[in-house]
Write a protein that binds this ligand. Structure first.
Ligand SMILES: Cc1ncc(COP(=O)(O)O)c(C=O)c1O
Length: 403
């Protein structure tokens, strides 16, 4: 198995919060002056910088859970298809960006998740901001888990529907809201495995609430597709439920790039007509669909089963080490282990301690997570070797003083 990216140190990989040319300037706010705004982010410890590289060390922050992002067979599928089909689709899908490789991948994905059809989007972000406004409008209501991903939040906002946020994974609260808030169409939206928490939505409860209260159920499987259920079909399949719309991403366990929404043929036909992030954008390169199809085949086959088993072993070892440090572990067995530290400064300090031990677990801070819940998010991959898991476990003990 190809190993994860080992990041080579760059000479000038500075980690200062604010480069010299973005220091806050004194004086009245000028309309084009963003220095004070940047300085405020820096003061709060939440300024992000683009670096040339995340720095030296082994990556424990990526979502390449099955290690397919560097798999030579997936890369070869991409290269071979690019050699004959070129690098770009050249146009939107409904114009001349159509390609049999896209359609084939859609059918493959629909079959994997057990729904009649699927539609490709350029990213998971595009899928969510396309899907929600296509199915809900000003007369409708969306019921959204409090810890849903930003793309779902933005999809809710763009829809102009009334949005009711229910406490994280609390179906009883959701039911109270459903009872109190009638609307033309009602949509419950949740992640299956929550990307920043590593926990699992109560999918069976949500399905039954949706059925009892006449609502649609939308489930974003970004962090469970390829990982859970038979053949990696996802958490809905594992829970034995069928959502009305299932969002899957290709850039995480499937190691490539892009996303899809699966559902009934009518829903997919509707999205083809109404999802603006599908309609008004260049189609993905066909070669990317060839690579993603290869990754789906690997994930759904014996190799996927093997990698999921290895990942489960890694996860059990790291979870045991964290438990020994009294870090709470999510009940679900996703390869995402958050270590809550509270403030951005504490998360940065913890990340620096680990970085000094060659462990890249980047700090997760607002607005990615709510204020006061900054954390490290350890994500594991089947591409990690046992030695790398040992190194991670050894380094985690350095965090004892911060916990
Ligand atoms: C739950 C969830 N949905 C959607 C996305 C967006 O996917 P993409 O990176 O393909 O835009 C993410 C990515 O982090 C995610 O965690």
């Amino acid at each position: 198995m190809r190993s994860l990216r080992r990041i080579v140190p760059l000479p000038a990989a500075g980690f200062s919060l604010l480069p010299p040319d973005t220091q806050a300037k004194k004086g009245p706010v000028a309309v084009r002056d963003f220095h004070p705004d940047l300085a405020r982010l820096a003061e709060r410890g939440i300024l992000r910088l683009r670096l040339d590289s995340p720095g030296p060390g082994t990556d424990y922050s990526s979502n390449d859970y099955l290690g397919f992002a560097r798999d030579p067979r997936v890369s070869a599928a991409l290269a071979q298809a690019a050699a004959t089909q070129g690098t770009g689709a050249g146009a939107a899908r409904l114009l001349t960006g159509a390609h049999p490789l896209h359609r084939y991948l859609e059918q493959r994905l629909a079959a994997l998740v057990g729904l009649p059809d699927a539609l490709l989007f350029n990213t998971g972000y595009c899928a969510n901001i396309g899907l929600l406004p296509a199915i809900a409008g000003p007369e409708d209501a969306i019921f959204s888990d409090a810890l849903n991903h930003a793309s779902l939040i933005d999809g809710c906002r763009l829809s102009r529907a009334a949005v009711f946020v229910y406490p994280h994974c609390q179906p009883a609260h959701l039911e109270a809201l459903l009872l109190a808030r009638p609307a033309r169409r009602r949509v419950i939206v949740t992640e299956s495995v929550f990307g920043m928490e590593g926990d699992l939505a109560p999918l069976a409860d949500l399905r039954s609430l949706a059925d009892r209260h006449g609502a649609m159920l939308v489930v974003d499987e970004a962090h469970s597709l390829g990982l859970m259920g038979a053949q990696g079909a996802g958490a809905c399949a594992a829970a034995g439920i069928v959502p009305d719309a299932l969002v899957g991403t290709l850039g995480k366990a499937l190691g490539t790039f892009g996303a899809f929404v699966a559902g009934t043929t009518d829903l997919v036909a509707w999205l083809c007509n109404q999802a603006r992030s599908f309609l008004f954008t260049t189609a993905p390169p066909p070669a990317l669909s060839a690579a993603a199809t290869h990754a789906v085949d690997l994930a759904a086959g014996p190799e996927g089963t093997q990698r999921r088993a290895l990942l489960a072993q890694h996860r059990a070892r790291v979870a045991a080490a964290l438990r020994a440090l009294a870090v709470p572990i999510p009940a679900c067995d996703a390869p995402i282990l958050p270590i809550h530290l509270g403030s951005p400064a504490a998360a940065l300090q913890a990340a620096t301690l680990l970085r000094n031990r060659g462990v890249l677990a980047l700090p997760i801070r607002p607005p990615t997570v709510p204020e006061g819940t900054s954390r490290l998010r350890i994500s594991l991959s089947a591409a990690h070797s046992d030695v790398e898991i040992d190194r991670l476990i050894g380094a985690l003990t350095d965090l004892r003083s911060l916990l």
